[in-house]
Design a protein around this ligand. Structure first.
Ligand code: PAF
Length: 285
């Protein structure tokens, strides 16, 4: 790691550094991550540097957002590689809290987000968004950034965080950053590294199916038949189970019959043992 990226394992020195930067007039941008960094995260760091003076990247694999049968214990962790990537990307600081720092003995508060957390991942991952909302609120309170960046790939997460920040009057601007994709359309994700060669060859179909649905919805097609067709196409390609394939309003996440204003097609589907999510914007003509 170059000496440009400062590493913080304890909250107090991190806060002192952030306060010093802010006193010098710098705008602080936080990029919360769970590590296993890829080019999508590094694009967030680049964006942070473009809109602020100081980019702080948190790395914390948050146990409270994983269900009992999910991949918490095998979630990829490679802090030294992550730190080297952050140094190359020009991040100013890495915030690496321990589980004890985030959830000390006696920790007992949880944030329960509202309707944005209902349905989609909120249904198939009970408790997930409460875990996300709680940890993101803590990270924002710890770092006290002016802006926090989140990838649009986790579109429902982004909307949940926006609603929490709005409802709790948190003094931070939340900005969504468009999904970065491989040349074949597969959305970048830390979980792509779980895919075997055969699965990796199939995986881009996820985006292809969503993109075709989005195009037809934008031209006025009804959602329900497209969802049925899309689910069949994904299953034929080798995905399954398809946990959801839905069309939702881009602002409220309410289900959409026909896209009369901006919407999103959102999917979660297993490919072998790997759960992939993605979404594509529908912009009516
Ligand atoms: O998107 C993620 O990586 C995580 O959900 C986040 C926002 C860092 C919270 O743990």
């Amino acid at each position: 790691m170059s000496d440009k990226t400062l590493r913080f394992d304890r909250l107090e020195p991190l806060r002192e550094q952030v306060d010093a930067w802010r006193a010098g007039g710098d705008r602080i941008v936080l990029v919360p991550t769970m590590g296993a960094l890829h080019s999508g995260h590094l694009a967030l760091v680049a964006h942070a540097k473009a809109i602020g003076q100081r980019a702080i990247v948190s790395i914390f694999v948050n146990p409270t957002q994983f269900g009992p049968n999910e991949d918490f214990s095998r979630y990829p962790r490679d802090t030294e590689t992550d730190l080297a990537l952050l140094a190359q990307a020009g991040a100013d600081a890495a915030w690496l809290p321990s589980v004890e720092t985030m959830y000390p003995t006696g920790f007992s508060t949880r944030i329960e987000p509202g309707p944005a957390a209902e349905g989609l991942c909120g249904t198939v991952r009970p408790g997930h968004f409460s875990g996300v909302a709680t940890v993101v609120t803590k990270l924002i309170n710890q770092v006290r950034p002016d802006i926090a960046l989140f990838g649009e790939k986790d579109f429902q997460q982004l909307q949940v965080i926006r609603s929490v920040v709005r409802d709790l009057d948190m003094a931070v601007t939340i900005e969504g950053v468009p999904t970065l994709r491989e040349a074949d359309g597969l959305a970048l994700s830390s979980r792509n590294r779980y895919l075997g060669a055969r699965e990796r060859a199939i995986a881009p179909r996820l985006h292809a199916v969503l993109a075709e649905m989005a195009e037809r919805l934008a031209r006025g097609a009804e959602a329900a038949p497209l969802i049925a067709e899309g689910t069949t196409a994904l299953e034929a390609a080798g995905f399954g189970p398809v946990q959801y394939l839905e069309v939702r309003d881009a602002q409220t996440l309410a289900p959409v019959v026909r896209a009369e204003r901006e919407a999103r097609v959102l999917v979660a589907a297993y490919l072998g043992a790997t759960r992939l999510i993605d979404n594509v914007a529908v912009v009516p003509a």
